[in-house]
Design a binder for this molecule. Structure first.
Ligand code: CP
Ligand code: NVA
Length: 305
């Protein structure tokens, strides 16, 4: 039987996603429960990183350690993958040695190809197209602070990037309306927008996007791999910087999220992360808890289905 993977939020049903979020909240409060450090006993996670990371690496590695398992960090500099060993071969070999694999890479097609050849679950820890693990943490954070996100209005401000694409999937899976404001030429994938057009709008109208929003989210203007476009993007996005004043256009009790790392003075004002409406530190912490719930689901529950 082929294993379940988590390459996008569409790989799980809305009910499964709700259960993972609920379990993440539960595990957060069970850190020192006697069963906690047995959850992934003797299980090994391989972590392939083709791009940099702080939160993703530390949260996955800490999750495995705290639950009795272990993690192996693999970078292209030190593995044969970096010297051209095919993805297909690497997937087959690693699958025979570890219990679960996490990958952060460039092309989304590469992780799909890897998963096709893996006989253990594969988790997308960010590709150029999607970042579903971050959405688990974001949805957990909203649930903790405001309850269900169903029927809420979420505003995405800035680049139509991997995070924006995962927000489009989240709008579908968690049943909210997503209003996206981005400069011309930096819109999210048009096919994806069309597919979910009953839930998603895209415009250059920042005020209309923020109006009545319950949650406001932004991200860097130049993602990993786009460093050479930095200056061009700075100019194109200059009107899209999120500030406390702009956040005032949203609901009075709106939350502000950013997956981090953030660039103060670019996509956010110097002080926005310190605003009372910003929940970015809780959001970052929840990467740890939501990924424990994700790993548990893939290792224990999905395997038994
Ligand atoms: N948000 C996020 O994925 O952060 P890292 O790039 O530090 O892992
Ligand atoms: N959009 C950003 C997210 C980083 C977590 C990037 O891909 O670099």
């Amino acid at each position: 039987m082929s294993p379940r993977h988590f390459l996008t939020l569409l790989d799980f049903s809305p009910l499964e996603l709700q259960r993972i979020i609920a379990r993440a909240i539960e595990l957060k409060h069970m850190r020192f429960h006697p069963t906690h450090d047995q959850l992934f006993k003797n299980r090994v996670l391989a972590m392939i990183f083709d791009k940099s990371s702080t939160r993703t690496r530390v949260s996955f590695e800490a999750a495995m350690a705290q639950c009795g398992g272990s993690a192996i960090f693999l970078s292209p500099r030190d593995t044969q993958l970096g010297r051209g060993e095919p993805l297909e071969d690497s997937a087959r070999v690693l699958s025979r040695m570890v219990d679960i694999i996490m990958i952060r890479t460039h092309a989304h097609a590469d992780i799909e190809r890897f998963a096709q050849y893996a006989r253990v679950p594969v988790i997308n820890a960010l590709t150029d197209a999607h970042h579903p693990c971050q959405l688990l943490a974001d949805m957990q954070t909203y649930q903790e602070l405001r309850g269900s996100i169903a029927n809420a209005k979420v505003a995405w401000v800035g680049d139509g990037n991997n995070m924006c694409h995962s927000y489009i999937h989240a709008a579908q899976q968690f049943n909210f309306q997503l209003s996206i404001a981005c400069p011309t030429g930096f819109e999210p994938n048009l096919k994806l927008v069309q597919q979910y057009q009953d839930r998603v709008t895209v415009s250059q109208n920042l005020a209309a996007t923020l109006d009545q929003a319950d949650l406001v989210v932004t991200d860097v203007w130049a993602s990993m791999g786009q460093e050479q476009e930095q200056e061009k993007r700075k100019a194109a996005f200059s009107n899209y910087q999120m500030t406390a004043e702009k956040l005032n256009l949203a609901q009075p009790n709106a939350l502000f999220m950013h997956c981090l790392p953030a660039h103060r003075g670019e996509e956010i004002s110097e002080d926005l992360l310190d605003d009372a409406r910003s929940v970015v530190w809780q959001e970052a912490e929840n990467r740890l808890h939501s990924q424990k719930a994700l790993i548990e689901f893939l290792l224990l529950e999905a395997a038994a289905l």
